[in-house]
Write a protein that binds this ligand. Structure first.
Ligand code: SF4
Length: 345
């Protein structure tokens, strides 16, 4: 079992990923994005076509914007680039774009092994969908989890099936619950990716998602607001004015709300999202990451609160953040243009 690092003793308001990595590995550790060339079952037609309405893998995965190299060469090049910015000796290979367990076990083994050939790699991070981890894949992940530090990130986004359908995820919340049940106790860390500000989701809906993650005791969480990139169904809806993206003030309050109800043991891998300027459409405030972090810190201080403060509290005052009434605007827009309407499994 992972030791519990004293993030509050370090003066933090939440269990920041950088603090965890430094505590766990005893030094700075950075992630190197790796593209193993996988696709995704709601892109190739297995569960849906068109992909999630917000998705362009190039917008969130540096490795998919580059010419595809061998895994070992991607790691070499990624480390070279990271070292231009950071004084860092150890790295995690982050299998990031698309669905990184969506292949036969033999192929998965080959690409994970390739990453571990580099002695500077001290662990693996594998991003995937909760409906793409059959038992033989979990057996493989368990095996790698015995050899190295391993984190498996499940894209959840929300527990609300209507929102998952709107996004064209191609799975429902039950897939996440099933993946959690079969993944637990296998020795690797389990993360969840969540989006706040989905059209039609109220503050209560977002808190319900957070409480479910608390109940499942995920080891780590990634949070960001819904943002739009070009040439996606969501981007087109935003341009046409059919979808309103969450204002910064509402997002700041929502992040603090969510972190308050998560257990203090959940590592917070990120609290913001962005894309390169060539891809990014909005909202513009996403691009000011330092400003956003400062606003979130100020909100924590204003409420004198911290991660986990409301984790075990029943019947707390749900109006404490003062958010209701300003977000969200009523209603959920029609299905995105790229959606097939086959989001349900
Ligand atoms: S599951 Fe991930 S990779 Fe696949 S379409 Fe959705 S966001 Fe993109």
């Amino acid at each position: 079992m992972r030791p519990r690092y004293d993030w509050r003793g370090a003066g933090l308001r939440y269990y920041a990923y950088s603090f965890f990595l430094r505590s766990h590995f005893g030094q700075r550790v950075q992630r190197v994005s790796v593209d193993a060339g996988f696709t995704c079952p709601n892109v190739d037609g297995t569960v849906a076509v068109g992909g999630c309405n917000f998705c362009d893998n190039r917008s969130f995965s540096p490795s998919r914007r580059l010419p595809r190299l061998r895994i070992q060469d991607q790691i070499e090049e990624g480390i070279r680039r990271l070292r231009l910015r950071y004084r860092c000796q150890r790295f995690l290979a982050y299998f990031q774009p698309a669905t990184n367990t969506y292949a036969p076990v033999d192929r998965l083994r080959t690409v994970y092994e390739a990453a571990l050939e580099d002695e500077r790699i001290v662990g693996l991070v594998i991003g995937t969908r909760p409906d793409c981890v059959p038992d033989d894949v979990l057996d493989l992940l368990e095996e790698f989890g015995r050899r190295t530090w391993l984190s498996v990130e499940y894209g959840l986004q929300t527990i609300h099936d209507a929102s998952l359908d709107w996004m064209n995820r191609g799975h429902h919340y039950d897939a996440f619950q099933d993946a959690m049940r079969r993944s637990r106790g296998r020795g690797f860390e389990i993360g969840a990716h969540v989006i706040l500000g989905l059209p039609g989701e109220s503050r209560a809906d977002m808190l319900a998602t957070a409480r479910e993650l608390a109940r499942h005791q995920v080891d780590s969480i990634k949070i960001h607001n819904l943002y739009a990139v070009r040439n996606t169904p969501l981007g087109e809806q935003v341009v046409r004015g059919e979808v309103q993206l969450m204002p910064r003030e509402a997002y700041v309050r929502s992040v603090v709300d969510v972190l308050e109800v998560l257990p203090p043991t959940t590592i917070v891998e990120r609290i913001s999202g962005e894309a390169p300027p060539d891809y990014f459409l909005g909202p513009d405030w996403c691009l000011d990451k330092p400003g956003l972090r400062a606003a979130i810190d100020e909100e924590f201080a204003r409420r004198d609160t911290w991660q986990g403060k409301a984790c075990y509290t029943e019947g707390r005052d749900e109006s404490a953040s003062g958010l209701d009434g300003r977000w969200p605007p009523a209603g959920r827009p029609e299905e995105s243009p790229g959606s097939t309407g086959q989001g349900g499994r």
